[in-house]
Ligand binder design. Sequence first.
Ligand SMILES: Nc1ncnc2c1ncn2[C@@H]1O[C@H](COP(=O)(O)OP(=O)(O)O)[C@@H](O)[C@H]1O
Ligand SMILES: [Mg+2]
Length: 574
Amino acid sequence: MKLFKYLKPYWFWAILSPLSMIGEVLADLWLPKLMSLMINEGVLKQNQEILVAIGLRMLLIVLLGGLSGSLCSVFASLASQNFACDLRKDVFKRAMGLSFQQTDKFTTGSLITRLTNDITQMQHFVEQCIRMFIRSGLMFLGGIIMMLSLESRFGLILLCSLPLQLLLMALVLKAANPLYAKVQKRLDAVNNVMQENVNGARMVKAYVQEEREVARFNEANDNLTDTNLRVAFIIARLSPVLSIIMNCSVVAILYLGGLQTMAGAMEVGTIMAAIDYNTRILHSVMMVSMMFQSIARGRASAKRLSEVLETEPAIKGGDYAPKTLGAITFEQVGFHYPGFEGRTVLKDLNLTVNPGENIAILGATGAGKSSLIHLITRFYDTTEGQITIGGKPIQDFDLTALRDKIAVVLQKSELFSGSVAENIRWGNPDATEEEIRRAAEIAQAAEFIEKMPDGYDSVIAEKGASLSGGQKQRLSIARALVRKPELLIFDDSTSALDLSTEGKLRRAIRQELKGTTLITVAQRIASVKDCDRIAVLEDGTLSAIGSHDELLKTSPVYQEIYRSQTKEGGMIDG
Ligand SMILES: Nc1ncnc2c1ncn2[C@@H]1O[C@H](COP(=O)(O)OP(=O)(O)O)[C@@H](O)[C@H]1O
Ligand SMILES: [Mg+2]
């Protein structure tokens, strides 16, 4: 298992733990011997001095054994918890680096299960290995030696009971092991439904779909329970049979020992010690079976974690990181989403966005506007043609360097729980208070922020639930502005603003952000008519480009859009 490299830094604990375990095992093995001595020499011969002496010794051994046992636990926890922590860190990092298509393929629910439950399984597995493997092995061997040292004929009993027990366990484990991967898969399904519903809680309520969603959840949940129960039922068969084997061997020891005692060759204490050793030996074998169980679980989880760790991000940057970006050029760009071959989103697109330009992309829903933006930020790669920035193919750019220079305001504003100021600062952690205020003013957000009870320190509920759509959009815009990007992209991000606020926002941006390249995606002509150029996107192709006045004169498509939007209520004069 490749994941063991995560244990390497903690090898010290991982070795110290079984070492201290040796103390506990030795104590456990020694105690029955002392007990038999106590009975044979102390109880049967009524010698109080020996009773006390041996009793004290046993007490001391119990204490020492307990101490080394708990040290072993501590070391094992140190090793396994740190192991899990490092592993979680790496899996999380890798999950964050995946491109959207890869995240979609894993599903969010599954990624969550992998990050939580699978890692916990691995942690249990490591802990079990460290603690139990050595313990059971030592106990098994030590127990057999001690038992034979009492009376070699007891070996016969072990010779019968041990193979029987091993066979039984092998059968049970063989039946249970394949189910563990299934359990994890079903857990994925539960998490998926849960995650979708937590995210879409409002929608579910609005459409009164709680019952259907609860039913969907119940199904996933029942499936999980089913599989878990199947595992449990299989494992449950073990214990009664093991207990029969155990008791039969106790009877056999009593019988053999009894015969010996009657012949005067053995004492009662020895029989008791033999029973004790026998129990410990069989018990250690059972521990090994439990360990195999957690190995099986760990294997299933390790495979799922490796899948994440070994997924190379589909979108990888180069190492070109220029100071400024330059003109962005689409050359014969064609695009469809991965897995949606045949559903062309963009086709034969040629477009140049010059530095400092204020350009608009106008089109109906589904025209491909957002997809075009996704290509500029390299959330996806073009499927035909290429995009160059400053003459260099976009693939050559370092991803961080590229995205650092771009700020995108998405139509659906994502806010985080925290204060208003924190949410804006998210765009640029180094922003000063003054810069945050300035950004809020340009974004036309200052007014409503100052009306909030604690101004910029007011806490926003999760996902901005306490704000209106327009307020959220303006905060998202402020967050983009504070980044001082070279390229600012508004993807339908003023759709929830009234026209007069939008107009003020556009004027403020034009005054304050001279030199910034601005791409405005919109459906309303009113939002874009002041832009230097307007590119009209229709079903993924560029049907016209020019200023508002030019297009009004030359483009029938634009004229048609204009007519329909003015007819709808004179929206153009924002
Ligand atoms: N993640 C996706 N996977 C597959 N198809 C998508 C995805 N996102 C958008 N599409 C499809 O791409 C087309 C263009 O979508 P989009 O670029 O969002 O349009 P717009 O932003 O102009 O409304 C639509 O037909 C949509 O169904
Ligand atoms: Mg869109």
